[in-house]
Structures are given as structure tokens and as C-alpha cells.
Design a protein around this ligand. Sequence first.
Ligand SMILES: C[S@@+](CC[C@H](N)C(=O)[O-])C[C@H]1O[C@@H](n2cnc3c(N)ncnc32)[C@H](O)[C@@H]1O
Length: 240
Amino acid sequence: MCGPARDPAGPHMSDSARRVLIMSEPAFLTTTRSAYDSVAEEYAETFRSTMQDNPLDRAMLDAFADLVKEAGSQPVLDAGCGPGRVTGYLHDRGLDAFGVDLSSEMLAVARRERPSLRFEQGSLTALEVEDGTLGGLVSRCSIIHTPPEKLPDVFAEFHRVLAPGGHLMLMFFASTDASQLAWPFDHKVTLAYRLSIDRVAALLTDAGFTETARLIEQPPEDSERGFEFAHFLVRRPPES
Ligand SMILES: C[S@@+](CC[C@H](N)C(=O)[O-])C[C@H]1O[C@@H](n2cnc3c(N)ncnc32)[C@H](O)[C@@H]1O
């Protein structure tokens, strides 16, 4: 089952010890946390209905939810949950979903909007979740702020927490260019990366996942950046 801690420092740590822990974390986590803390309310309002308005997004999430339910009733993590919309969506489809995010302000929005659901502070890079205990994990636009050289560690972490047979759903700004793994871009909140579809697929294979499906969504006509979106559905093999 999931660890009891509400944040990586745990409930009994003193404020000074907590500050030391946060001060010793990699700089990209501190930067990402404070960037999302400062825009949480605005972000939640601006993107209130993007998932609900996008049938492709919903189709992939629905497929993910059905696959996880078919496999059993283990908990499902929305990793980098932001305002918790996907967590709520999955809960409403019958999953035991909970959310983790770096940003305490994002978590405050999520807890206010879905008070009956569980939201915890933590990082994709070191999840407070026991090995092999999740039926599913969804990461929607949250790996994009991780320096590309650290993605193998994040995918290894996702593999660690998923039960054998568990499903992983990833969504990210994507490119069909496989000449490199990532391209930084001027994301409005903080530094983010557009990722090569095929190179991410290879990293997921290296981490031990098998691919179930991928959907490459073309940018809408009025898209500001003209980036594709990739939705990946992969699985930790049942016998692993
Ligand atoms: C673009 S928002 C997406 C939020 C949500 N998944 C959605 O689809 O609405 C990215 C979220 O990922 C979180 N995030 C980024 N890097 C993270 C990390 N290493 N660990 C946990 N959360 C992270 C941010 O704090 C932010 O809330």
C-alpha cells in the first residue's frame, strides 16, 4: 500500500529538518514547485475543462481506466496531479485514485475541489509508495519539467511502484523527430521539454515496460506552438 506520509519529509519532522530536506533537493524540483505554487489558482481556472473538452484525451483515459479495472482493484496514482482533475475523473470511473504533486498550492486546489480524495505532496523522482502496489499510474503533462537525462530514473520509479501487470499512461508535448530526446521550450510556467516520441518509447522499453498503445494527437489549428501531444499506454509485464 501507499506510504502514510503526506509529504517526503513525513509528518513528524521538524520545520528546520524539512527546510534542510527541501534545500538539498535538486534545483529543478525547487524551481518547478515554486513556479506552480505561484500560478496554481490561475492554472486551475485556465485549464478547468481541457480534458473534458478533448474527446481523444478522455478516450485514452477511459481505456486506461477500463484496463486497470480489468486487472483488479489496486490503487491508481495521478503523478503530478496539479489541481486533481484527472484524479477526480478516474475516481468517478470507479478507480481508487489518489494524487501526488510537488506544489502545495496545486494540492490546496485539488483538496478544495475534491475533498474526499487523497492528495499528497511528493515527487515523481522519489515516490512515497511501496514497491509493486499500484494497479495504474497516470502522468499527464508532469514529466515535461524533468531534465531529460533524469527520465530513465523517473520511468524506473514508475516501474517500481506498479504491480506486475499494472498500467502506465503518459501524456506529453511530443515530436516525431527522433534525432534527440528532448527540446527545451518556453512553457508559460517554467522550463519544460518537448520529447521525442520514439526515444521516450525506447526509454520505457529499457525501464521494463511493454507498449500497449500510443496516440499522437496533431496540434489544433489555433495551436500557439504547433506541438503534437503523445498519449502512451504501456504496461509492466504480468510476469515481471
Ligand atoms: C502542466 S501541470 C499538469 C497537471 C495535471 N496533471 C493536469 O493534467 O492538469 C504539471 C504538474 O506537474 C507537477 N510536477 C512537475 N514535476 C513534478 C515532479 N517531479 N513531481 C511531482 N509533481 C511534479 C507540477 O507541480 C504541476 O502541478
